[in-house]
Write a protein that binds this ligand. Structure first.
Ligand code: ATP
Length: 327
């Protein structure tokens, strides 16, 4: 197609509203919820893949003196930056990111929820000790759950997201959490995800996959990343060493891309199901509806999607976090 899809990839540099680290003065103040009195405050951004969590995290981190901890199970690994949608360095606006591309996918091919709980837990302590605000961002709800519950049982808790299971996620958390849930209606999100996949291929995803397949890592934590299983047939047919330019009109290529789009939508649906289950279990998630902003950004109208995003997602989020830090 001639016109490039409009995406939220470009992150404007919002002016900083207030550079005072609110939590510095309020960390141990009174709190309506006695259970939360002595717990460290953290902000958690949840949402399905593609809903703009990374964008929101940068907008909030620059305002509230925060450091970001990634909670996407594929993005913790080093490699496949385009395929796994890591936020590029130039969009991070100088904000420190933790557990983003830090784990070697071959040496540590099974980075588990328990590993995440332990590593992210010590990063949170460190951030708090430096009087900054920890901001958890990522779509892996099993990671978020493992990190936050007061007691985590890697075996017993493994089915808390299973819709047919009677074991529910615990609502007793080890931090004082402010949850933001960025939601986009599935109809609009699936249209957007399809554009995003095309944009990822325009940005060099095929080269990245070619390199991955040419190294044949028999064990790699990234083996399950969306893009790898889907391209297996293609690279069997067109081995990566063969040199020749990949034929994008080739049926095997088009099948793989279609599968990636489908599987990304399936992932988004499963993620939303898990978020709803956490909410049902009593997690106090504040839902922000970004549907209109996404619809606008994809349409050809003159209204800027960013304006709607600011009004309907960013501003309410800023208010919620501000109030939380002042409690
Ligand atoms: P599950 O326990 O079912 O793996 P989860 O909540 O632990 O779910 P999700 O983040 O939902 O983890 O990821 C599930 C699967 O979705 C991953 O194993 C991977 O196949 C795919 N996936 C998740 N995030 C990404 C990503 N950033 N890039 C590519 N694939 C991803």
């Amino acid at each position: 197609s001639s016109s490039k899809p409009k995406l939220f990839f470009k992150i404007p540099r919002w002016p900083r509203m207030d550079s005072t680290p609110h939590h510095r003065k309020t960390n141990h103040n009174h709190n309506h919820n006695n259970n939360n009195k002595k717990k460290d405050k953290i902000v958690v951004i949840m949402g399905a893949t593609g809903t703009g969590k990374s964008k929101l995290s940068i907008d909030l981190a620059t305002r509230f003196h925060a450091e970001i901890i990634n909670s996407d199970k594929m993005q913790v690994y080093n490699g496949l930056d385009i395929t796994t949608n890591k936020i590029p360095l130039h969009q991070r606006c100088g904000i420190t990111h933790h557990l983003l591309g830090e784990v070697d996918p071959v040496l540590h091919d099974d980075f588990s929820p328990l590993d995440f709980r332990n590593m992210a837990g010590s990063v949170i302590s460190d951030i708090v000790s430096r009087r900054k605000l920890p901001l958890i961002v990522g779509g892996s709800n099993s990671f978020v759950h493992a990190l936050l519950v007061d007691r985590f049982d890697p075996v017993g808790d493994s089915n808390v997201f299973d819709p047919s299971s009677r074991s529910f996620p615990s609502s007793t958390l080890r931090y004082n959490c402010c949850f933001l849930w960025v939601d986009v209606s599935m109809r609009v999100l699936s249209e957007y995800l399809s554009l995003r996949v095309e944009d990822m291929f325009d940005s060099g995803m095929l080269d990245e996959l070619t390199e991955f397949f040419s190294e044949f890592p028999s064990r790699s934590g990234l083996k399950k990343a969306i893009g790898i299983p889907e391209f297996e047939n293609y690279f069997k047919k067109y081995p990566p060493h063969d040199g020749g330019d990949p034929v994008r009109t080739e049926e095997a290529y088009m099948d793989a891309v279609r599968e990636i789009k489908d599987n990304t939508c399936q992932l988004a649906k499963r993620q939303i199901g898990k978020i709803v289950r956490l909410k049902g279990a009593g997690w106090d998630l504040r839902r922000l509806d970004a549907t209109e902003a996404f619809r606008e950004v994809m349409s050809n109208s003159n209204v800027s999607g960013s304006e709607i995003w600011e009004r309907q997602v960013l501003e309410p989020s800023v208010k919620i976090v501000k109030r939380f830090l002042e409690e």
